[in-house]
Design a protein around this ligand. Structure first.
Ligand SMILES: [Zn+2]
Length: 348
């Protein structure tokens, strides 16, 4: 019976104790490293989570009022939110800076807040901010220009025209802005007929010779014969997309035959055969294809001032707010309407 028990002086007992200690140390070491790895991973996840979620409004309030970051740092952060289109966070930061009371750049922050409200489409709030700035600093051109944009977007053209008066007193050139706002007022006036609108717009063009694209876009759409009658040959390329989309029945062949660019444009479209080639690559290709391929022209619109390209027509650049800076670019593209037309014919 005693043979089943090992005495503590027995060498076998020492070996068992030795291996037990090694096992215990190895097990503890393995468990400890696994525990540390989990803890590190949890800490890293928690740390990275701070950057994947934006601070809440309350968190921002605490962070800004604590003063750990300078006001300039918060303004830079707000600007980066503005650039990335996160206007909500940008507005929260500006509002918290203004709520501090002792802001060093109160006027500038108010202007930036108004600009963000305008960009985000909160027009009434933007208006109140700019009016508030102008109440204390009436000779602030940037605030006046921004207020003008707010009124324009609100379609309150009378108030927008009133804003031009103080800008004029500050020696700002307001002629183009004034003409543009008058045209917008006429275009958005539902109380006058199309005939009256055409006449008023034509009068503006004859007196100013500005906003050619904007005015002829309306005239060619609603009164093509009047548009052709006052057509300025030197503006043919500027109006290329409008001219390209005119119905064949509304073309004036006498004027087209007198103008080199129009001869090429309508030969490329297949209405006439008055040009064999063109210095414009796209028109040259279409003339030589003679309608044998499903090709047409598509258009893009670039601002000549800031070089931003838009897929749609604009009269005031949405990026830099310039007026009359539109530049029309044409490209060759597939004629999908020709496909549809041929498919419809095949069913007949
Ligand atoms: Zn622009």
């Amino acid at each position: 019976m005693n043979s089943f028990f090992i005495e503590f002086r027995d060498p076998l007992f020492s070996i068992i104790v030795f291996f037990s200690i090694i096992f215990a140390i190895t097990f503890f070491s393995y468990w400890w490293s696994k525990y540390r790895r989990n803890e590190d991973s949890k800490y890293l996840d928690k740390f990275l989570k701070q950057f994947s979620t934006l601070p809440s409004k309350d968190e921002l309030k605490v962070l800004i009022s604590s003063g750990d970051l300078s006001e300039k740092s918060w303004l830079l952060l707000a600007h980066s939110y503005y650039k990335s289109g996160n206007y909500e966070k940008c507005i929260e930061i500006y509002n918290e800076i203004l709520n501090l009371g002792a802001s060093k750049n109160r006027q500038e922050t108010m202007f930036l807040l108004g600009r963000t409200y305008l960009k985000a489409g909160f027009l009434e709030r933007a208006k109140q901010i700019f009016l508030s700035i102008l109440k204390t600093n009436p000779r602030t051109p940037e605030a006046l220009k921004s207020l003008l944009l707010v009124y324009e977007q609100m379609r309150d053209y009378k108030s927008a025209l009133d804003v031009l008066e103080p800008l004029d007193e500050l020696n700002e050139d307001i002629f183009l802005e004034s003409t543009y706002l008058k045209v917008m007022e006429i275009l958005n006036n539902n109380k006058i007929t199309q005939e009256e609108k055409s006449k008023k717009l034509l009068d503006i063009y004859i007196n100013s010779h500005q906003l050619t694209y904007m005015l002829f876009e309306y005239l060619f759409l609603h009164n093509p014969s009047l548009a052709w009658e006052h057509f300025d040959h030197s503006k043919s390329e500027l109006l290329s997309d409008i001219l390209w989309k005119i119905e064949p029945k509304d073309l004036n062949l006498d004027i087209i035959s007198q103008n080199g660019y129009l001869r090429e444009l309508y030969s490329a479209r297949g209405d006439v055969e008055l040009a064999k080639s063109s210095s414009v690559f796209e028109l040259d290709v279409l003339i030589k294809l003679e309608g044998k391929a499903k090709a047409t022209l598509s258009f893009e619109y670039m601002c000549d001032d800031c070089k931003t390209v838009q897929p749609f027509v604009f009269h005031r650049c949405p990026s830099c707010h310039s007026i009359g800076s539109l530049y029309v670019e044409c490209h060759l593209s597939k004629d999908f309407y020709k496909d549809i037309g041929e498919e419809n014919n095949s069913f007949q």
